[in-house]
Design a binder for this molecule. Sequence first.
Ligand SMILES: O=P(O)(O)OC[C@H]1O[C@H](O)[C@H](O)[C@@H](O)[C@@H]1O
Length: 544
Amino acid sequence: MSITQTQPWQNLQALATKQADVHMRDAFATDPDRVKRFSQSACGLHIDFSKNTISDDIFAELIALAESADVAQKRTDMFTGSPINHTEQRAVLHTALRNFGTDPIYVNGKDIMPDVQATRAKIKAFTEALHSGEHKGYTGKTITDVVSIGIGGSFLGPKIMSEALLPYHQHKLNVHFVANVDGCHIQDVLAQRDPETTLVLMSSKSFGTQETKQNTLTAKAWFLASGAPQSAIADHFAAISSNVPAAVEFGMSPDRVIGMEDWVGGRYSLWSAIGLPIALAIGYANFEQLLKGAEAMDQHFQTAPLAENLPAILGLLGVWYRNFQDAQSHVLLPYYHYLRGFPAYVQQLDMESNGKRNQHDGTAVDYATGPIIFGSEGTNGQHSFHQLIHQGDTIIPADFILPLNVPNQDNTHHAMLASNCFGQTQALMQGKTFAECRAELPEGLSDVEKDTLAAHKVMPGNKPSNTITFQTLDPFTLGALVALYEHKVFVQGVIWGVNSFDQWGVELGKVLGNQVLDAIETGTMHPAMDSSTQALIEQFRTAQ
Ligand SMILES: O=P(O)(O)OC[C@H]1O[C@H](O)[C@H](O)[C@@H](O)[C@@H]1O
């Protein structure tokens, strides 16, 4: 049965009509306990979700909707290794990677936990060998720089988590990230490096990603051009992949390849060996704390009643806006400079997981699914796109994220940051009425001028937001925050009945891109190629 035929879905449709006449301003004015009822905490995270266009009835129906979608059973299926990624016949077990328990988890009859623990030991050993200076370059010099090459989930997690945890960097290595195949980036990074003290770390789950392979080939050519012997590759190149044979065939020394399993999705892989660059930056002990924070959120997600369950709450609120308030997007606003990359991280996590249009049996959905995710650090967004969030004609639910304390805290700056964060949520909620705007206008204006100007100044308000706060962004808290969003996305995928763990939509672009590359290189157009693409290829070839 389609989710739209369930009673909670139909009740929510009726409640949406009723809710249209309610303004949050009035809800707060008549209900002093609202913030208490619509706030929850777990794993060091506090979520104030009272500035949402929900009532107790709506919240109850959203919980009922999750129950009708059997979120609890689907959650158990994921954690216990069922092949829930059914189009690829794979389990989805990024949660096993941060499981420090002793119980077995079986995939195809094999307990995977010994391998998970062995990989953690490899990450630890690799990190400590570089940090201690034991792993030296071919001329005997200490390795000072790591160039981490990867894209998508093999880039975003490592880069954004390393950036977010800058205060925890051990300063034993400089870790540089390269993702795009645009040669400018790899060339700029390598130009600053000494081949004798640089290690190149190639991360590619498939080991088939064009950008990552090309960047690594360029790095290898750079290294050998410096006069390094072929035999030195083993000391200066390493790889992380689920396709170890391909990595060895590519020229990686077998003992420099760390494997990963195919039941770890790219966008869920920072907890696997793909997270090695994070450990290289912050040290293995801190990396383990990152895992433990995610483990704590896993336990909360598995045990908390849905009405107190942080991922379920965020997921259901997203469904409320996407399916009953016609919201097309969702904005992430981390009020913390070190978390500036977090919107891009959640963009892949959310849009590559739930940007789908078919239910599990292949039938097309007849309701909205994944939203458009965007965002930027606060306060910068206030001086850029917040105008549309405040006065545009569409609802853009917002997540504000703020550490209550920051390292090397300057209280003046931090109070300003927090006041902007909270002030924005208040302005979005309460808005400013026509009468309030008109009353502030100078007396010299005529009534017509006042009416016109006031109309332009009205802030409708009733714009929803969640505010997520925590003491400080340490590795544990960051792990919990990332897992919170992973499980939010999971809850939504279950309700929408989509497979959140494949990504068939990225394949066609790759295939056609290779045909275009062939045409650029040979001048021979693919017979099925349209005239626009052919003209673009000709334009490019002519310009070279
Ligand atoms: O890690 P790789 O196999 O190189 O894949 C890198 C990225 O590219 C793919 O196209 C997918 O869109 C991503 O989910 C993946 O993270």
